[in-house]
Design a protein around this ligand. Structure first.
Ligand code: SF4
Length: 317
């Protein structure tokens, strides 16, 4: 099967809307062609600077303008971050992601410290990933020189729906940062969130943008909205798991080589719901010792390892 980069929305919509068992079967078949279906990558995501963000992403508890219970935390000491990375490695993580609640990276001492963290974790032979907001080409180059493997910058939703969810930046800002990351030779981690009140057309449009990039993002996180108290979206309904399965299976079929990450929302999924997601081509999860994914609840690494063991899956080395 060859990779394709000229999908139209109708083709992707017809994949998404296939009878469910047919869709899952095809996604599982494609998954087996490109990946070892018994392996799941465990990634650890650490919030290295939390809350107080000037942006207005309506799903996010870290936006300063919403009244949430999130505690603001300045950039963590380098030593603390490195200790977290070491423990994550001991617990089976092969990828360590650092997240800072910034609108954009500034060329200041905090950025210099992050470059140091990237260097040290890279020396530990883990894939290092960052998500720090918008990035210039020059900043992306500095991160690559420090050894950054991947940069996360989600599309979040479709171009059409974007200003319903975020008004402090636009869809093109997202694309510009992704292009800067790609130009610097860093791998791209980009996906989105469902359950934001979007239509199925919005979901398809977002997947079409990702699948038509010149190089597919190496990692595609599919998130279910984590409803954070105090945010504008706190009262939206829980995402139906079959919608997650359809998104994951469609992403797997149209971007077969990418890692598809079952990301936020796992805390509300049963083990069997997660198993359907793995069957549909998800091959990565975020796990954490402290049972949080940034600022929302997440299963613990201990529980995740037990689940993988029960399902006959093992952590990817
Ligand atoms: S998602 Fe990121 S950019 Fe948006 S408010 Fe939260 S921390 Fe800020």
């Amino acid at each position: 099967m060859k990779l394709k980069h000229n999908w139209n929305k109708e083709e992707i919509m017809s994949i998404y809307n296939r009878p469910l068992m047919e869709l899952i079967f095809e996604a599982a078949t494609v998954h087996r062609e490109f990946h070892n279906p018994s392996e799941i990558q465990i990634s650890t995501l650490l919030s290295i600077k939390t809350g107080g963000c000037p942006e207005d992403c309506s799903y996010c508890g870290q936006a300063a303008r919403y009244h949430t219970d999130i505690k603001v935390q300045a950039l963590l000491p380098t030593k603390t971050v490195i200790e977290h990375a070491k423990r994550a490695k001991e617990n089976g993580s092969s990828r360590f992601c650092m997240a800072a609640a910034w609108r954009e990276v500034r060329d200041n001492k905090d950025f210099d410290r992050i470059l140091e963290m990237v260097k040290e974790i890279n020396n530990m032979e883990m894939e290092v990933c960052c998500t720090l907001g918008m990035l210039t080409e020059k900043q992306a180059e500095r991160l690559r020189e420090a050894g950054l493997h991947a940069y996360n910058h989600n599309l979040d939703t479709s171009e059409n729906n974007y200003n319903q969810i975020i008004t402090t930046r636009n869809f093109n800002h997202r694309i510009n940062t992704i292009n800067n990351v790609r130009k610097a030779g860093i791998t791209v981690c980009s996906g989105g969130i469902i359950g934001l009140g979007e239509t199925v057309e919005d979901r398809i449009s977002m997947l079409t943008t990702l699948a038509n990039m010149d190089t597919h993002p190496e990692s595609v996180p599919i998130n279910a909205l984590a409803r954070v108290k105090g945010t504008p979206l706190e009262n939206l309904p829980k995402v139906n798991n079959w919608d997650m399965v359809r998104m994951i299976a469609t992403a797997r079929i149209i971007m077969p080589k990418s890692m598809v990450r079952l990301s936020a929302g796992r805390i509300e999924m049963s083990e069997s719901e997660q198993a359907w997601c793995f069957m549909s081509g998800a091959n990565s999860i975020f796990s954490s010792e402290d049972e949080t994914l940034l600022v929302t609840p997440n299963p613990s690494t201990y529980k995740d390892l037990k689940m993988l063991n029960r399902l006959g899956l093992s952590p990817m080395k």
